[in-house]
Design a protein around this ligand. Sequence first.
Ligand code: SF4
Ligand code: SF4
Length: 400
Amino acid sequence: MKKKMTALREVLSDFRSDYSLCGKCKLCQAVHVQEVDYGRFWRNCPSGTRFRFEAYYASGKLEMARALDLQEIEPTPAMQHALYTCMLCGSCQEQCYPVKQIFPMRVFELLREQAVRDGWGPPEEHAQAVANLEETDNLLGRPQAERGAWAEGLDLKDASKEKVEALLFAGCHYSFKPELQEAARSAARVLKAAGLDLGILGSEELCCGAPLLELGDRDFFETFGLENIKRFEASGAETLISLCPHCSWVFAEEYGPEMEIKPKHAVQVVAGAIKKKQITPAREVKMKVAWHDPCRLGRRLGFYDQPRRILSSIPGLEVVELPRNRHNSLCCGNGGMAGYAFPEFGEWTAKERVFEAEFVEADALVTSCPWCEEMLRRGAEARGSKVRVENVFSLLEKSL
Ligand code: SF4
Ligand code: SF4
């Protein structure tokens, strides 16, 4: 029998009490309103706010999950659209769980797995992503031989050939997209400045599989997971440092129980290095910035303080909060593979987030997720906004 990555596999029917308990109270449509001063920013479910029908909010999708699970209805293209425009941002769960102990986002993840098993998901807009992963082992369909090229000249060890203390996992976007590679280079230089014995797998690094899990294709995800674990452990590294929160999420929640190596996101490592004075930002960076909490880094993994500690250590930097911050954060528009399949919807969401940065008169939105960086830049461009989108390590490096 094929080894499973998780000891216990959850299925949709395990969550029958969740979808049955939904009282249609609609708390899941908004932020914690007592924490956000402006009514303009209370709505926080991107798919519901954009498409307006009940099915696009958590309450509607829970009803859909109930009726499909109990085989009262057959899936339709409209249901597929409602399910796959969900950004899996977790804002609904943030609201619902404390009041009703319901996990709406977990239900939607499992409904996607059910959709894949039953043959009605993912939508054809995702076909290219899946084909790329099948043919090239990376999301972008690029030759794996080029995967380590972003790190040329950085003097990082080849972890597929020699032992390293810390293995840096760049992920598909930072590895291949020229507009994002400089952020990965900054992160690597900052980590080296902190004294880490750092290596990469280069062309031996595969996709982490997170996009497949988000689409609901758990079996295909696990083929990546099991192979990655083998490669990580062969490196002999003690720590696995990822730059993308989506990689960090699957490493922590899905690979974690199977791995000896300790997964961390780079913001954890760098915030720790600043605290221990292994690196000391000294040069002034005169700018007013707001931190955008990526959904996977914040609501999913709980890393709210670490990036803020990095920003507050930079001399000259004025750090302000967006009205929707921390657990009230708005998705960038690229969550749950929704922005990949429905780019106009993604851009619509990103424009709303950029407007929020304009509202607090920030010069830049700072973040640490390639999906967010990409979609927020798109939103800023579409708005003709002066707000720039910066990577936290690129900003930090300016002050070192
Ligand atoms: S999902 Fe939760 S918060 Fe939303 S309507 Fe149902 S019970 Fe209320
Ligand atoms: S996960 Fe996000 S986009 Fe999906 S229903 Fe919940 S709040 Fe809306």
